[in-house]
Design a protein around this ligand. Sequence first.
Ligand code: MCN
Length: 799
Amino acid sequence: MTVTEPIVGTSMKRKEDPKLLTGEGQFIDDIHAPGELWMGMVRAPMAHATVTNIDASAAAALDGVHAVYTGAELNDMGLWIAPLPCAWPVTPDMANPPHFPATSSEVHHVGEIVAVVLADSRYGAVDAAEQVVVDYDVLPAVASVAAARDGSDLAHTSLETNKAYHWPLVPDPDALEAAFANATHTVTGNFVQQRLIPMPMEPRGVLAVPSPMGGDMTLYSATQVPHILKVMVAATTGIPENQLRIIAPAVGGGFGGKLNVNPDELLAVTLARKLGRPVRWTETRSEGAFSTHQGRGQLQKIELAADAEGKLLGVRVHLDADMGAYMMLITPGVPLLGSFLYTGVYNVPAFGFTCDGYFTNLTPTDAYRGAGRPEASYAIERAMDMLAIEVGVGPDEIRRRNYLGGGDAFENLETASTLVFDSGHYSPNLDAALEMAGYDDLRAQQQQRRDNGSSKHLGIGLCTYVEICGLAPSRALGGLNYGAGGWEHGMVRFLPTGKVEVVTGATPHGQGHETSWSMIVADRLGIDPADVTVLHSDTAISPLGLDTYGSRSLAVGGVAIAMACDKVIDKARLIAAHQLEANPDDLDFVAGAFTVKGSPDKTMPIQAIAFGAFTAHNLPEGMEPNLQEQMTFDPANFVFPFGTHVAVVEIDEDTGHVELLSYTAIDDCGNQINPLIVEGQVHGGIVQGVAQALWEEAIWDDDGNLKNPSMLDYLVPSPAEVPSIGTGYTYTPSTSNPLGVKGVGEAGTIGSAAAVINAVVDALGPLGVTDIDMPATPSKVWKTIQRAKQAQDQGEVQS
Ligand code: MCN
């Protein structure tokens, strides 16, 4: 069947949903292998200690227990040839103490594995793990990045300092100094990016299945990065890469939390190999909370210098970033992903950024939705509100005065942080958001409440974000010392009957790639999207790929698919020309068929050409049979989506409760493939950012214990907490790829935390509140109000 209507740009329902909604999706826990053993992890209950003795005799004697291995035994068994990998050593002298799947002696965070039990059943493994008796000598714990910076105690006794690295990005130090020296206005913001727990719907899990003979190994893992995992498992275990197959089955969300190479993955593979039996493990929710990496964890200082009208002269930023106990896959690089964006959407003549990474005795940090960019957007957008107050103009006006390109459309514009923004058009985006939110009316309502002395304070918060995604040009990643490239691979293959298989190196885990890629292919080739099947997430089927993160899949992987389609069309054109006895240039390709110009009866549908390519009876001389093409796309630049978010909150002065009354988001991700999927991505992202602003925080005590490792007290919002979100779009095509698309998978998260906290501070401004740390919980808001009132009272008494 051929299709004449455009498909790209329509809100086609997701192809992957019926399977998931009817329970046909196969997640890790649904997959079993005969003879499988369950791992039970013995985890350290303290943040910093030395293991002095392990008595596993009681555990080993239990029915159904196959073996118990202490960390020291595991490390002596020759299971691995290298520690867990860090792919992003951001400086040549970065400290990176070895991190093995289980520790032999010193424990560096609660939850670190000290021994592993293998048993016939899941519960048997957990019960046996509880019977393992471990003696510890407790060491002082470094339980916050502030304590790490202070340096009185060391997170690693093998290191002389807690500081892991210092990373500067100060293109012109003299210009930066001059900017501050010449400023009429300066503001300084000190912000805390609390640690967050990714909490995908499906926890992580693994199943390693060795082949009975020959040494092949299949690892099923709830991962976002099967391709990267394959390389890393080979490099750390010494298993030849050509004998490894990684399968990410249905994966129930990741949000960055499944973007890593984890101890359990290496333990499952190496123990399965040693024992010749399948080995599996699925984390519990609480186990995942402190053993799988967390996100954020930064102390930020941002300073703005501006002239009398509030036009920015310079931006200076310093971060102290919490690495946690170890460098995991991209731990040290996360702050760098945001570093270039602290200038926001603004024309900033001089810029400087420095970051110190510190070890603590807490769970390692790593990517979490937005990774570095929500932090950057939060800092600059909070600081812009502070500048607006300092200069005495509205938050919309301060932004307009500083927009890149004066708010007009621009392409390929270089910023002070050395990026080249592909395209932007900020003023109409802001206008649309203010109009949709009813901004003027909201301000009038706010004034009315203030005039009436209402204790229910209305706050309106803006955020005009920009993000960097579509990771990434390989050369740019090389320049940052990242250990891999940023290309993506795609293949488009006509089957003999005219159906199409697409193979992608992207690894969807909720983003709807099967639908989007089908739409791109159907549109390009003029066929029905139902005739397209997208294969992914299995390194035997899709051997080339760099996976899904950094909102890269469409802008790199989807573009690779479109380019592969173009190659298919080029080849099909030659076959059609040959068989229709025409010049290739005299053929039109419309609605899935080649037709000789001026001779409408001389036509061939692409499916017939595919069959001809399969039989290969009548191909141009020397042409390879079959109609399939592949493309590896390595973009020349990133993409820079942007948008304006407006949050409206009501705060009860008496209780400190913050109610999110409405939320408006006008996003711009360039051309859209599927507006319905875009809408879903925006919604999900916004809820995660709102959650950081109002509810979510991994709370650690002074000894490095996680106090809220369950969903009872780690406050992931439900739909009841979030109002319906008003969305809209502007469309500024990217110049970085031929589809003109930009990423959207993280955009909502990047714009929302700042919008909400700007609204909270806006609401409480008349009470003297100038800032509040996230999450703005009722008790924190209430205490902040009381402190501000006291300060105001004292001020009045003094004056
Ligand atoms: N899209 C589109 N038009 C655009 C941009 C995107 O139609 N202009 C569509 C794409 O075709 C794709 C989806 O939107 O179907 C997301 O595309 P993209 O922005 O390229 O992001 P990725 O597919 O690379 O997804 C990664 C991103 C990240 S980094 C996190 S974290 C995240 C997210 O996606 N985690 C998610 N969204 C998630 N959604 C779900 N359900 N679960 C997660 O774990």
